[in-house]
Design a protein around this ligand. Sequence first.
Ligand code: PXP
Length: 249
Amino acid sequence: MARLNVNIDHVATLRQARRTIEPSVAAAALECEKAGASGITIHLRQDRRHIQDSDAFALKQVVSTYLNIEMAATSEMLEIAEKIVPDAVTLVPESPGEITTEGGLDIVSNFAQVSDAVKVLQKAGIFVSIFIDPVKEQILAAKECSASQIEISTARYAELTLGSRAFHPEGKQLAQEEISRINQAAQDARALGLLVAAGHGLTTRNIKPIAQIREIEEFNIGHHIISRSVFIGLESAVREMLLAINSEI
Ligand code: PXP
């Protein structure tokens, strides 16, 4: 049974829209845990557009399951991680002005920076995962820099299955090819002894074929769950996703 970490960035997005005190990110984390989430994920962005440093410190105090902080491999972020000591850090790429993380981290082209970051985090006792595209060279590089886990980006698959594209024959074929790529990446990573997570753009509608890849042991899912929570409440939205991940049908 794969674990679900709920990414609660967009609870902070709503609060930051008014720079006020609600909705509470800490309360959201507790609600997700109550619904059965295995962990909480946040992305502390360099532009601080949603999650603030104070949220990360507060979550370290209240989260009793597993706290995963996504961050860029910069010295500013590493210093914060060393202070908070979350259970895990996921290294992600970040470019100014992007709407969301655009694809995986290019470890191959940034090897020294990424492997130094992995060392700093591991020295602080933090589990390190790296968000990458399902590409063999990147998996080998993740192994070479001693990361414990890779998180496979499902962004392209999500794009191909968005709305009516899921039913278009050409889209279906491309989505199938992307599932094969993700599957192969998961097998390659496990064969190297890396743990495997996946995430980005996953919904209750498109997760099934990805959830069937047994090597994927963890999902990090945010936008869809928080969007659904507007209509059915956060606890129900988390339960709905857990059902989608774990039902065999
Ligand atoms: N994993 C990583 C590395 C991400 O950057 C994000 C988005 O912050 C997610 C998972 C979750 O993606 P989504 O919000 O589309 O579910």
